[in-house]
Ligand binder design. Structure first.
Ligand SMILES: [Zn+2]
Length: 206
């Protein structure tokens, strides 16, 4: 792509670094911004800057939060003995939308993936095991997507919990293999949380 302007080229390049945005789409977005009033671009850059500078992660569940302890963890109405293990904030949002779950979450920040160079130490697995050791948690629900990486991560955590006094379950697979939680419809996802099965049973099924 030949550019008549270095400024335009730079902006398009940076935009095209985002996932799913090719050079053509990047150019369209940049030209769109140029056509709009300058304030719109300023609002966008300010929002992104604030996001980067001020974002916090809940010290308990590691979900993205504006405060030290997120709303869910701070709520007295949530069942603290129940913890749902998820990959990221999108899963929390999807499960919250079902209104079927009243426990807390633990956000791992990804899945174990040797292909992408993500190991257990890159995720919040150690803090999760520490939390379980404190004894307040009665049940952990594994709610990672049923991909190979999701299964590997579940199993790794399950092994780390050996000998600890905690029940482990997994969401019922009404959600077909490979589906991401965030794309499952609310009814299916809600049902699969209510009808969760002991984690060991899911191992036997494989
Ligand atoms: Zn939290």
């Amino acid at each position: 792509m030949e550019f008549s302007s270095k400024l335009l080229e730079n902006a398009v390049y940076e935009m095209s670094q985002l996932p799913g945005i090719g050079k053509r789409t990047a150019l369209r977005l940049v030209l769109h911004l140029l056509k709009r009033p300058a304030e719109q671009t300023q609002k966008l850059t300010l929002a992104l800057e604030h996001l980067r500078n001020d974002i916090k992660f809940c010290t308990n569940c590691h979900n993205i939060s504006d405060v030290e302890v997120c709303e869910i963890c701070a709520s007295p109405r949530r069942d603290r003995s129940l913890v749902c293990v998820v990959e990221d904030i999108r899963d929390v949002m999807a499960i919250e939308n079902t209104s079927q779950y009243k426990g807390l979450y633990h956000v791992l920040g990804g899945k174990i993936s040797p292909m992408e160079g993500v190991g257990p130490q890159d995720l919040t697995i150690a803090p999760l095991v520490d939390k379980v050791k404190k004894g307040e948690i009665k049940e952990l629900i594994f709610a990672l997507s049923s991909t190979m990486e999701g299964d590997t991560t579940n199993f790794y955590i399950y092994k780390q919990l050996e000998g600890l006094d905690v029940n482990t379950s997994t969401i019922a697979r009404g959600i077909s293999v490979g589906d991401e939680l965030e794309y499952a419809d609310e009814v299916t996802l809600g049902r699969s949380i209510v009808n969760r099965i002991p984690f060991v049973n899911s191992l036997k099924a494989n």
